[in-house]
Design a protein around this ligand. Structure first.
Ligand SMILES: Cc1cc2nc3c(=O)[nH]c(=O)nc-3n(C[C@H](O)[C@H](O)[C@H](O)COP(=O)(O)OP(=O)(O)OC[C@H]3O[C@@H](n4cnc5c(N)ncnc54)[C@H](O)[C@@H]3O)c2cc1C
Length: 465
């Protein structure tokens, strides 16, 4: 791999001169801050970090990397659990300063740059009483999230984030700037809606917006001892929920506690307050909850309810899979395993797919996961590196024990660093071959390979260096 030596100093100076943003090198405080991402397990050292301020900076950075042979990584919001936004020894194209957002309230559209986070996006759309499906946690970046599909609280009503994309401004492997739409290049636009960062750097993304000011949301928490009944109730309840109601179930610890486990349901209802009152009645009435905190709130607030459970810099190792059904045996295994989890920030979450997200065809976008049902997520989070081995071992063991119930389909955005070939196939599913074709056409040399990679050679996912 190419590294920056004294011989290259002249070229680095030339890159610096050609960017409006800074070029950061090791040994400086801004470099140390910029190479750190959300997942504290990721500890890689790019040779250079280009803090781009606009599309011209990104194009110059891509051209520089191609000339010098440096590996490229692209950082949007920095939330990749696998740490794919940070290269070891290459050029990190860092979009964190690209925060431009423009809402067109009459057309109900938004264009936002690649470094925008969901909290920033929501703030601007809320001014106009508009919204679109964003992350379940507001600190996530819009770019990596949307390119990977993007599931969240509003997916029953509006579909995935990727389903709402209208265009993407993309710097491709040649450093050219494209405005990709359904009309300009249907194949590439299709691939950008779920194919991850495989086709270039998305410098800005344009979305359709929907009128939405408030939701009825919050949390219902039951004692852990009632977990079996709660998860069985959840299974029945979610069989016939309206589009507007999305409920995720979870085995979690009480916030701030290291000994109180809970069986919880997190709720978001995007319909009218009257409809919410009616639809949420069974949730309020079921069992003997310790807490029912449900009420009207601005949508941006809904998007922050889980933020505290995912502190920046904490250590993360995640596993997830869609399941065939929420069998009684699956529920039993999950409860048994959660009783022995080594970190109070760990959880076992169940995400319900229904409504608008399931009415898009499996091959209409690059995201094939359109069946009604459930995605099971083990988002393991801990604070002390001494606990890393125990937490990774627990997550892997729990994932293995639950695997008999898996549907063979995986959610791309949740991959960890060790999710390889099989996981990538399970994420792209029937769309893999078409994605390979699009990749061959737009990035035959696999310049953009630090992602959940589509191998232009048709092999099953190149391993990042
Ligand atoms: C706390 C937390 C909560 C999450 N919640 C959800 C959720 O509710 N739903 C969901 O679907 N996912 C969720 N995720 C997963 C998240 O969507 C993915 O990790 C996503 O890739 C993050 O995007 P990012 O821009 O923040 O990440 P980054 O780490 O910056 O990038 C992730 C990947 O996308 C590529 N990429 C980023 N920006 C660009 C760009 N502008 N152009 C081209 N490629 C780019 C990177 O190269 C990398 O491969 C969550 C993750 C975390 C840590």
């Amino acid at each position: 791999m190419t590294t920056v030596t004294a011989l290259d100093a002249e070229r680095v100076d030339a890159l610096s001169a050609s960017l409006s943003g800074a070029v950061l090198q090791a040994g400086t405080e801004p470099y140390e801050a910029a190479r750190r991402v959300h997942n504290g397990l990721i500890d890689r050292r790019p040779a250079l970090i280009a803090r781009c301020r606009g599309v011209a900076d990104v194009a110059a950075a891509v051209a520089f990397a191609r000339e010098t042979g440096l590996e490229i990584s692209v950082r949007g919001g920095g939330h990749s659990i696998a740490g794919r936004s940070v290269t070891e020894g290459g050029l990190m194209i860092d979009l964190a300063e690209m925060k431009g957002i423009y809402v067109d309230p009459r057309a109900r559209t938004i264009r936002a740059q690649g470094g925008v986070l969901w909290s920033e996006f929501d703030r601007e759309t809320a001014v106009h009483g508009l919204a679109v499906t964003g992350g379940a946690v507001s600190t996530t970046g819009i770019a990596g999230f949307t390119l990977g599909g993007g599931l969240g609280w509003l997916m029953g009503t509006y579909g995935l984030a990727a389903d709402n994309l209208l265009s993407v401004e993309l710097v491709n492997a040649d450093g050219a700037v494209l405005n990709v739409t359904q009309e300009s290049d249907p194949d590439l636009f299709w691939g950008l809606r779920g194919g991850g960062g495989n086709f270039g750097v998305a410098t800005s993304l344009e979305y359709r917006l929907h009128p939405l000011r408030e939701v009825v949301g919050g949390l219902v928490a039951h004692p852990f001892e009632a977990a079996k009944d709660v998860l069985r109730f959840y299974r029945e309840f979610t069989q016939s929920v309206p589009d507007e109601l999305t409920v995720f179930a979870g085995l979690v610890y009480a916030p701030g506690s290291s000994d109180t486990r809970l069986a919880a349901m997190v709720v978001c209802h995007a319909g009218s307050p009257e409809q919410a009152q009616k639809d949420l009645a069974p949730l309020r009435e079921f069992g003997s909850p310790l807490m029912v905190e449900l009420g009207p709130m601005p949508y941006p607030l809904m998007n922050t309810l889980l933020d505290d459970g995912f502190p920046r810099g904490a250590l993360n190792y995640w596993k997830s899979s869609f399941v065939e059904a929420l069998d009684d045996e699956l529920i039993d295994v999950a409860i048994e395993q959660f009783a022995a989890t080594p970190s109070p920030l760990n959880a076992i979450l169940i995400e319900n797919f229904h409504g608008a997200v399931t009415r898009v065809g499996a091959t209409d976008t690059a995201v094939p996961h359109r069946r009604q049902g459930y995605n099971l997520l083990l988002p393991s989070v801990w604070l002390d590196s001494a606990d890393t081995e125990a937490n990774i071992a627990w997550t892997r063991a729990t994932f293995d024990l639950l695997s008999p119930y898996f549907a063979g389909r995986r959610w791309l955005n949740y991959f960890s660093d060790d999710d390889g070939t099989d996981a990538i196939r399970a994420a792209y599913g029937p769309n893999y071959d078409r994605l390979v074709e699009v990749k061959r056409r737009h990035d035959p040399e696999n310049v953009f390979h630090l992602n959940h990679n589509i191998d232009p050679g048709g092999g099953a996912g190149a391993k990042p260096r």
